[in-house]
Design a protein around this ligand. Structure first.
Ligand SMILES: CC(C)(COP(=O)(O)OP(=O)(O)OC[C@H]1O[C@@H](n2cnc3c(N)ncnc32)[C@H](O)[C@@H]1OP(=O)(O)O)[C@@H](O)C(=O)NCCC(=O)NCCS
Length: 168
């Protein structure tokens, strides 16, 4: 990550912490190790990979309801492209548009950063992402920089479907 991007992410984390306190926004950017551990636990309970995540490098977002983390999402940035991953909502809290709120927040962040497109891999939520405007893309059309990410290279099985959302 470039120094400017790192500074921008640090400023955003501070701003989101304040917004959460002042406006009681349910969306909180992960900025501490404790929150990061809770994020990873929730992700694993949805059977999603969490070992290769890094909250200091990536934009990791949680959805907090009554002081309990009930949703997660993440955006990894590779040059002009974003990789959306780690989207999960706690069982028992699904179907209440929390996944939608997290996804829309991540898309807004990608637009703000003037990324050209967001990519993702999914085995379980293609229908969800179709509703959010993503479309299928063949893996060989995915930018090389993303194909080298751990998500594409190691973490997700070959059966996962690649999707993208063009932003410009
Ligand atoms: C996918 C997930 C994050 C959706 O969260 P959610 O808060 O339940 O989703 P929302 O309530 O915002 O759903 C929005 C719409 O998508 C639909 N939807 C939700 N999950 C879906 C799925 N897995 N496949 C297809 N459609 C889905 C909902 O029925 C809803 O439809 P509607 O607008 O007609 O009512 C959640 O089901 C989850 O955590 N799944 C397990 C982890 C996972 O598969 N993550 C994706 C990794 S790539």
């Amino acid at each position: 990550m470039l120094r400017d991007e790192k500074n921008e992410l640090d400023s955003l984390k501070k701003l989101m912490s304040w917004l959460h306190l002042i406006m009681e926004s349910p969306l909180v950017i992960i900025a501490t190790n404790d929150a990061f551990q809770e994020f990873r636990t929730l992700l694993k309970s949805s059977s999603l990979p969490a070992d290769d995540l890094n909250f200091q490098r990536d934009l990791l977002v949680s959805y907090v309801e009554d002081n309990v983390m009930v949703g997660t999402g993440g955006l990894e940035i590779y040059g002009d492209y974003g990789l959306l991953r780690s989207l999960s909502v706690r069982l028992g809290t699904r179907g209440k548009a929390l996944g939608t709120a997290i996804t829309e927040f991540i898309i807004a962040q990608a637009r703000e950063r003037k990324l050209k497109a967001i990519y993702l891999l999914t085995e379980t939520a293609r229908g969800f992402f179709l509703r959010k405007g993503f479309t299928d893309v063949s893996r060989d059309q995915v930018p090389a920089v993303l194909q080298q990410s751990s998500e594409f290279a190691h973490v997700c099985g070959k059966s996962a479907i690649a999707m993208h959302l063009l932003l410009s």
